[in-house]
Design a protein around this ligand. Structure first.
Ligand SMILES: Cc1cc2nc3c(=O)[nH]c(=O)nc-3n(C[C@H](O)[C@H](O)[C@H](O)COP(=O)(O)O)c2cc1C
Length: 350
């Protein structure tokens, strides 16, 4: 099994791990827009290291995957040696190309159990967790973390990251919002730039990337090795096509793209594309998760991405009203039979 080799990563944009969104059905959709020869990293949803050892990864919703998904880096949450070891061993056989450790999750449960962002409050133990993961297999291990909240935030961030690197982390993904900010407020890209200047491992920058311009602005301002987008790329998976177009890489032929040559770019084109994506996503969710879970996954997707659409709130209502996927598809076809506009940006409050 091939491991992530950064020399092969030739595309500037990657999807962020998102519970409820970065599952196999959404990845299948997004990968249709990825240029043929493009190589980037792909996340899973966050996987609890206490659960993975007990699960059948081929049938568990969070670990379903496509055949031959390249550079798949599942994200685990945890802080105990045995579950981490067993999870990583199992994920390696499953097809992981690297392992990402979540040190950014700010939910109360994570704080109570001292994992997720709580690990950022205990530098030494965070290093030990990385070490546990590194010792578990020969897969490269990365950490996704947040901004440090302190008087000396830059110095403290660097000390923290050094501890992770001393324990064998191969790269770092920084979402420079503090735990208190959760996902709101401005992400401080300056911290990504700072980290990139100070360490030699690859740095992934994340936060506030919604448009094509944002992708290249983050690269230029922070010098990061890879730009990661969460909510923006979820709402606009064809951002991968737009980025490919900009750097001269063509998407592979597929039914979603059809014989179109140019990526959608106007508000109306993007509105129509959102509708196409939603229809694709419903079918993919039914295929992978079955009817009832599919409806919940699609509703959640719409909850997170509807703010980009001028009348997106109506879509939330349609998801609530639909009794099954066929009905939902019909509602969506009707909704998008009237041209819909998509905003370039939202204030990312969801
Ligand atoms: C619905 C949702 C679920 C998320 N789940 C995770 C997660 O499981 N692991 C993680 O590291 N970050 C998670 N995040 C945070 C994103 O990975 C990302 O860091 C954050 O949304 C900022 O990026 P953005 O501004 O491009 O959305 C989640 C974000 C959203 C919106």
């Amino acid at each position: 099994m091939e491991k992530v080799d950064w020399n092969n990563v030739n595309f500037p944009l990657a999807l962020a791990p998102m519970v409820g969104i970065s599952h196999v059905a959404f990845r299948e959709l997004a990968q249709l827009y990825l240029p043929i020869e493009a190589i980037t990293l792909w996340p899973t949803e966050m996987l609890n290291s206490r659960k993975v050892p007990k699960e059948d990864l081929d049938i568990t919703a969070e670990t379903k995957k496509l055949a031959n998904e390249a550079y798949l880096v599942p994200q685990i949450l945890g802080n105990e040696e045995k579950p981490i070891f067993e999870s990583i061993q199992k994920l390696k056989l499953w097809g992981a190309h690297g392992i990402d450790i979540n040190m950014g999750c700010p939910v109360k449960k994570a704080l109570r159990h001292n994992y997720g962002v709580a690990l950022m409050g205990d530098r030494k133990y965070a290093g030990e967790v990385v070490n546990m993961a590194v010792r578990s297999s020969d897969l490269p291990v990365s950490v996704k973390l947040r901004a440090v909240e302190s008087q000396n935030s830059h110095a403290d961030l660097l000390d923290f990251v050094k501890q992770l690197l001393d324990n064998g982390a191969s790269w770092i993904c920084l979402h420079p919002r503090t735990a208190d900010q959760k996902r709101r407020g401005v992400a401080d890209w300056e911290q990504i730039y700072f980290l990139k200047q100070k360490v030699s491992v690859p740095i992934i920058g994340n936060g506030d990337v919604q448009t094509l311009e944002d992708v290249f602005r983050m690269k230029e301002e922070t010098h990061c090795d890879l730009v990661m987008s969460g909510r923006g790329l979820a709402a606009r998976p064809w951002l991968l096509w737009q980025v490919g177009e900009k750097i001269g890489m063509k998407p592979k032929e597929n039914l979603l793209i059809g014989d179109r040559v140019l990526a959608p770019s106007s508000q109306e084109e993007e509105g129509a594309e959102y509708g196409k994506c939603l229809l694709f996503l419903i079918d993919a969710c039914v295929k992978y998760f079955g009817e009832s879970l599919a409806l919940r996954k699609v509703s959640f997707y719409v909850k997170i991405t509807h703010p980009w659409l001028e009348f997106g709130h109506s879509l939330v209502g349609l998801c609530d009203k639909a009794k099954n996927s066929e009905q939902l598809k019909q509602y969506i076809l009707d909704f998008f039979s009237v041209p819909q506009k998509m905003y370039a940006k939202t204030d990312l409050r969801q």
